[in-house]
Design a protein around this ligand. Structure first.
Ligand code: NAD
Length: 249
């Protein structure tokens, strides 16, 4: 990989799970990482683990009206943003007919609208610099139909559509936009979805040719690739990192 020294990245939801693993891989590649999350304690723990290249920022991305100020402040401090990883996300596992309009909107708000609002502000800065790499995190829920996750599925399909639309509009301005579709990765979120649901866990394993859950670091490695010059001619793709789950029979 070409040197990514002096690059500045934002990783949303960087205090835990996949986001933390992405931040860790970036730091290992000498990228300064601003991790945005809601949980101050998790952010501080991440900072202690990752060291001086990690900058924790406590912020609730649902607070859309404050996003422009947040990004302005970060740009004042750090001058630029080279990489944005839209990783923060929430899930809701519930029967289709039991999901309320408010619950549906809540998932869409965090996973889609907040991701849009943040990207828009960061892209304004990337356009000025004439370069940038944006990585959105979708899910297998956008690749095929999974029961009891209607709002999450809608949100992740939206993210893949937005990835393509952003890639086409922003590539001429030097900004690449790609998506990683993780398979089933060992984190708190997947534990909530799979533990106490043997049927679903068996189904996941039966269609994962590699025969194991992925590790957060697997997504981190893919993010390093998509953020770096090693992927300079790649934009608009959805990369499954899933042990073969998306093609499993
Ligand atoms: P996680 O729950 O550990 O991490 C999600 C992070 O997002 C948390 O740190 C949380 O605080 C943050 N977040 C959520 N809402 C936020 C908000 N409003 N403002 C700021 N931060 C917010 O889960 P994870 O498994 O690490 O998931 C990370 C991403 O990967 C999510 O987008 C998820 O949908 C996706 N994903 C996970 C899996 C899996 O198997 N774990 C599979 C496919 C996709």
């Amino acid at each position: 990989m070409k040197s990514d020294k002096n690059k500045i990245a934002i990783v949303t939801g960087g205090g835990s799970g996949i986001g933390l693993a992405i931040a860790e891989k970036f730091v290992q590649n000498k990228i300064t990482v601003i991790i945005i999350g809601r949980d101050q304690v998790k952010l501080e723990t991440a900072k202690n683990k990752l060291g001086e290249l990690c900058i924790p920022v406590a912020f609730d991305l649902d607070n859309l009206s404050s996003v422009p100020e947040l990004i302005n402040d970060l740009i004042k401090k750090h001058k630029k943003i080279d990489i944005l990883v839209n990783n923060a996300g929430i899930n809701l596992k519930k029967e289709f007919t039991e999901v309320t309009d408010e619950e549906f909107q809540r998932i869409m708000h965090t996973n889609v609208t907040a991701m849009f609002a943040l990207s828009r502000e960061v892209v304004k800065c990337m356009i000025k610099n004439g370069s940038g790499s944006i990585i959105n995190i979708s899910s297998m829920a956008s690749q095929y139909g999974i029961p009891k996750v209607i709002a999450y599925s809608a949100s992740k399909a939206a993210i893949e559509g937005m990835t393509r639309a952003m890639a086409v509009e922003l590539s001429p301005k030097g900004i690449r936009v790609n998506c990683i579709a993780p398979g089933f990765i060992a984190t708190e979120m997947s534990a909530k979805a799979l533990n106490n649901d043997k049927e679903r866990k068996d189904k996941v394993m039966s269609r994962t040719p590699m025969g194991a859950l992925g590790m957060p670091a697997d997504i981190g490695d893919a993010a390093v690739f998509l953020a770096s010059a090693a992927s300079a001619y790649i934009t608009g793709v959805v990369l499954p990192v899933d042990g073969g789950n998306s093609v499993g029979f």
